[in-house]
Write a protein that binds this ligand. Structure first.
Ligand code: BGC
Length: 758
């Protein structure tokens, strides 16, 4: 201890950081800033980097991480490595760990408590692996749906993304990130990455600093305030300045203005991109200097940084206090994460020789975690259409032997079916149901991996529910995601003729979504539209319902599917238990409660369709397309109806520093108990710049029994009505605002009243 005084855990973190820094050589400091990807180096190279004192590794699992950690602790100062992993919807790169619904799916829950629980489970599983740091949550906004990474976001709205993302940060870090079962969060990708022109990943985001501060900064600022300990700099330039070269955004805004005291990691090879793609430098010394000066603290996968920075220091070509600041930030996070104090965080024994390894691994996808995963899947699914067929809504269905099986509808209200047909390319597809960022795709694509955990596909879920209620299930794939399929469609139609209800699962598959998989055209691929329309013709003749179950990474062109179907049920990438959750809703054991966190276009050319549009001449609509989206932000129905009345404000004239209580009465007027998501929007009547038609400012959930009425109240801080001026100031301008509350973002769904700000 005496020659390593920083190990004294009774000292304040800042003192410990200072003591350790005093003991470090310049080379040791620079090495802390290096992050190595285990997936692209040889084991020998990795070991060499550990001996050199590399601060971090990513994409490393099992015994490899344990070996690297042992080598790190055997170095002169023994500074532990911080291991990062892309746990984006669960620790899903580890085959056998819980695979949650994607972020976009989870966002449909509009439920921060659930997002926090998902974060807790993920943290427990990542920590059990001996890793410390998840590269999530993703705070990017999905406003151009051609972008491949829409599935990774919490949707299109900054307010919703901020609330859900910060809940995940809490779930990961808890009150004390040093706790055994907590990990470090990473807010990414800072900033406006989803806004890359044309939805082309990493392409220039041609947005002004005003827009950055107005639309993209708020969720990240909330993450910084919530104590998120790391941020990742995006790949793309913001109006021609690459994020990793953006001193104003990294240093001035994030670190100085927002007081962020954690560290910034670059995205994958951002430093190399400064040289090879963006041409801000033509050698690693200049590139490294730019990256250091801009405020990147840890450099992911450009190990050339190490020698280049040694040379810069040698030549006094970079300010050494900038290196000190970066290293202090990294060490601060390592101390806060408990890496110097909590033995279970620094796993150095092999799995075989570690007596605690078995117990730690037992948490992967354990029963308690599956329970939360099931809850997440259930809350993530959105019923978008449910028309009547033969005098009864298409959904839910119920079997002839269902007595004793719980139902949300009173007996006699559900449609009874004896035989169902399950059809479609995504009915039995684990890969499509999982989406991106699992062991199928990362750290290297491994599409033929065999899942080491039970997955309930849509087909299996429907089979389970059907078996419980005495219903026969017929299955046919109908068509492939890509190929034309006249013959197989004919076969599927013949099957549909034998069924009392038809469930068709369409959408996309892994290669059509995710990083580097942007799409120019969001039309349903292959013969899927044709399949649904052919089944629709069969069902219409027989007066049986056709239910489309959407299994997709992100919104696609679903206009034909919606037109042809009696019911439409969106499940996105719902994880291991998606099939069970879907079947429980379709068979009426649970009521749908999800709401869209993103608007659906009618056609790709209609993009962008986000709800918070800017008003103007000609209403921004196209001659050859309706002006409304196919489905709007916030939409989603259930097996009952809600009526809103009596919208009230606690005060109708207020000052900028006040908070208004907005109350509304909600009544469940339909046939079953269900949960409503009450949404609060505001519109500025007159402002010094053009403001959006409406913006989400609050939401809450309320559970109502049949016939029940409740009054709900949502706090509205007047400060949240601020605009960002062209000179980048946030100001609340005096004047009137309409405050709107209701079921979704469409004007007809909202009650409205006026608030005056003095
Ligand atoms: C992605 C990041 C990810 C990183 C490490 C990059 O390609 O943009 O989101 O965390 O790789 O895997």
């Amino acid at each position: 201890m005496t020659n390593k005084p920083w190990l004294d855990s009774t000292l304040p973190v800042e003192n410990r950081v200072a003591l350790l820094m005093e003991a470090m050589t310049t080379d040791e400091k620079i090495a802390q800033m290096v992050q190595i990807s285990y997936s692209i180096v040889t084991p020998d190279e990795a070991d060499e980097w550990a001996r050199k004192g590399a601060g971090s590794f990513l994409h490393i699992l099992g015994n490899n991480s344990r070996r690297i950690q042992r080598l790190a602790t055997e170095t002169r100062l023994g500074i532990p490595v911080i291991f990062g992993i892309d746990a984006i919807h669960g620790h899903a790169i580890h085959n056998g760990a819980t695979v949650f619904p994607s972020q976009l799916a989870l966002a449909c829950s509009w439920n921060p408590e659930l997002a926090e629980k998902m974060g807790e489970v993920t943290a427990r599983e990542v920590a059990a692996e001996g890793l410390h740091w998840a590269f999530s949550p993703v705070f990017c906004l999905a406003r151009d749906l051609r972008w491949g990474r829409v599935d990774e976001t919490f949707g299109e709205d900054p307010f919703l993304a901020g609330k859900l993302g910060c809940a995940v940060v809490r779930g990961y870090q808890g009150d004390n990130p040093a706790d055994d079962e907590r990990i470090i969060a990473c807010a990414k990708h800072y900033i406006a990455y989803g806004e890359s022109t044309g939805g082309r990943d990493s392409y220039d985001s041609s947005v002004s600093m005003r827009t950055v501060r107005d639309i993209f900064l708020p969720p990240f600022a909330e993450a910084a305030r919530a104590g998120c300990l790391t941020f990742m700099a995006g790949y793309e330039p913001i109006d021609r300045v690459p994020c990793s070269a953006h001193k104003k955004l990294l240093r001035d805004v994030l670190k100085d203005e927002l007081g962020f005291s954690g560290f910034v990691v670059t995205d994958w090879s951002n430093l190399t991109s400064l040289i090879e793609r963006h041409h801000l430098a033509d050698n690693y010394e200049d590139g490294s200097r730019i990256a250091i000066e801009a405020g990147n603290d840890m450099i992911m996968t450009s190990p050339e940084f190490y020698e280049a920075t040694r040379a810069l220091i040698e030549k006094t070509a970079v300010d050494p206090t900038l290196i000190d600041d970066a290293v202090a930030r990294i060490l601060r996070v390592k101390f806060i994460a408990g890496l110097f104090d909590v033995p279970s965080k620094v796993k150095t024994l092999t799995l075989e020789s570690d007596p605690d390894a078995k117990a730690a691994e037992a948490v992967f996808n354990c029963e308690a975690h599956q329970k939360i995963n099931y809850e997440s899947a259930l809350a993530s699914m959105v019923l978008l259409k449910n028309d009547e067929v033969g005098g009864k809504p298409a959904l839910p269905v119920r079997g002839p032997a269902a007595s004793g099986v719980p139902s949300v509808l009173p007996d006699g209200n559900a449609r009874v079916v004896k035989t169902i047909a399950v059809i479609g390319p995504n009915a039995d597809s684990v890969r499509a149901q999982f989406g991106d960022w699992t062991f199928f795709t990362h750290p290297v694509p491994h599409l033929d991996a065999i899942p080491e955990l039970h997955v309930t596909t849509m087909l299996e879920g429907l089979q389970e529910a059907a078996a419980e209620q005495g219903v026969r299930v017929l299955y046919d794939k109908g068509c492939d995601i890509f190929d034309p399929a006249e013959e197989t469609i004919g076969r599927a139609c013949r099957l549909a003729k034998k069924a009392d209800a038809v469930f068709v699962c369409v959408g996309d598959t892994l290669v059509q979504t995710g990083e580097t998989h942007d799409r120019a055209d969001l039309a349903l691929s292959g013969a899927q539209d044709t399949l649904v329309e052919a089944l629709s013709a069969v069902c219409a003749k027989r007066k049986t319902p056709l239910v489309s179950i959407l299994v997709n990474g992100k919104p696609l062109e679903f206009e034909r599917v919606v037109g042809a179907s009696d019911a439409v049920f969106e499940t996105f990438n719902s994880g291991t238990l998606g099939g069970r959750a879907a079947a429980d809703i379709l068979f009426g054991k649970a009521a749908p409660q999800g709401r869209l966190p993103v608007s659906f276009p009618r056609t790709t050319g209609q993009l962008p369709v986000y709800y918070n549009q800017i008003p103007g001449w000609h209403e921004g609509s196209y001659f050859d397309c309706e002006s409304t989206p196919l489905f709007a932000f916030g939409e989603g129905i259930t097996y009952t109806w809600f009526e809103y009345s009596d919208l009230r404000l606690s005060a109708s004239t207020v000052s900028p520093e006040d908070t208004v209580q907005v109350s509304v009465t909600v009544t469940n007027t339909g046939a079953c108990a269900a949960t409503e998501t009450v949404q609060l929007y505001a519109t500025d009547h007159v402002a010094s710049i053009v403001t959006p038609v409406r913006e989400l400012k609050g939401f809450t959930k309320v559970h109502l029994e049949r016939g029940e009425t409740k009054t709900v109240t949502i706090d509205l801080p007047v400060e949240s009505l601020a605009i960002v001026t062209p000179d980048e100031k946030r100001v609340v301008e005096p004047g009137t605002f309409s405050i709107q509350v209701g079921h979704d973002s469409r004007p007809d769904s909202l009650l409205s009243t006026v608030l005056t700000v003095q």
